[in-house]
Write a protein that binds this ligand. Structure first.
Ligand SMILES: [Zn+2]
Ligand SMILES: [Zn+2]
Length: 249
């Protein structure tokens, strides 16, 4: 499995673009969230050329995870696009209905089915489904609106826009990499996100090969990043930057 980081920022694109990751695994190309990091796609033309289909998994519908859908078409218009998002019962409407509202005039000019030559839109709910030979497991999280943790083939776990969940490690089933959100440093002002202090405590003896800190706070300064480096020194937590690639075995 290969993981390409297109956007590891949260909320607002500053130092890094907002949530977007490409995963190459078992002849499938999967995009985790479609934030502003989609604008980095032109740097991955060699990756895109290897696949006829792009499958997008949306963790939830907040715009820092969705806005890149309107940037997508020029780079993948010749591909089949399969989009999965959380539907009922977590939400009142289907993924297709939400995306139709988001993309329609006067906000934009397309229906979801006009994003590329061939588009499928599916709902997921908590539980399992397959993308080709890949097993996807979905777990509910705690956020201001329903968001979901995504486990890809028990190799990579993506947990963003959530408070720390105690079922994270038991449910990860030996996954090698964890992408976990990290929005605050010392304490969380609310239960919708996670802070680094809590992650360093809860993940002190974690079973992952690496824990990549994503959805980073857009107003962090160089001083804050120096603090982060000190806080994670000697751990397997890593502060990620856009355009990095990881080989996950
Ligand atoms: Zn977010
Ligand atoms: Zn969110």
């Amino acid at each position: 499995m290969k993981l390409h980081v297109l956007g590891c920022g949260g909320f607002v694109p500053t130092r890094n673009e907002t949530s977007c990751f490409l995963v190459e695994h078992r002849n499938q190309l999967i995009m985790l969230d479609a934030g502003t990091g989609v604008c980095n796609l032109p740097k991955y033309r060699d990756v895109l050329e290897r696949y006829d289909t792009l499958t997008i998994l949306l963790s939830h519908y907040h715009l820092d995870h969705l806005i890149g859908l309107i940037y997508l078409t020029p780079f993948v218009q010749d591909k089949k696009l399969v989009i999965y998002g959380p539907g009922k019962p977590a939400y009142e409407q289907t993924t297709e209905e939400y995306l139709t509202e988001f993309l329609k005039p006067p906000f934009f000019v397309r229906t979801p089915h006009q994003l590329t030559r061939d588009v499928e839109v599916h709902d997921y709910s908590a539980g399992d489904f397959q993308i080709g030979d890949i097993s996807i497991r979905i777990f509910p999280q705690k956020h201001s609106h329903p968001s979901f943790r995504i486990n890809i083939d028990q190799k990579l776990v993506y947990a963003t826009d959530t408070s720390y969940r105690e079922d994270l490690i038991p449910s990860s089933e030996g996954a090698a990499y964890l992408l976990h959100e990290c929005v605050f440093l010392d304490s969380c002002p609310n239960k919708n996100h996670t802070c680094l202090r809590e992650l360093t405590e809860k993940l002190r003896d974690n079973p992952f090969e690496k824990v990549l800190l994503v959805h980073q706070q857009p107003v962090w300064t160089e001083e804050d990043y120096a603090t982060i480096r000190t806080m994670i020194k000697g751990t397997n937590l890593e502060q990620v930057e856009d355009l990095r690639t990881y080989e996950i075995t």
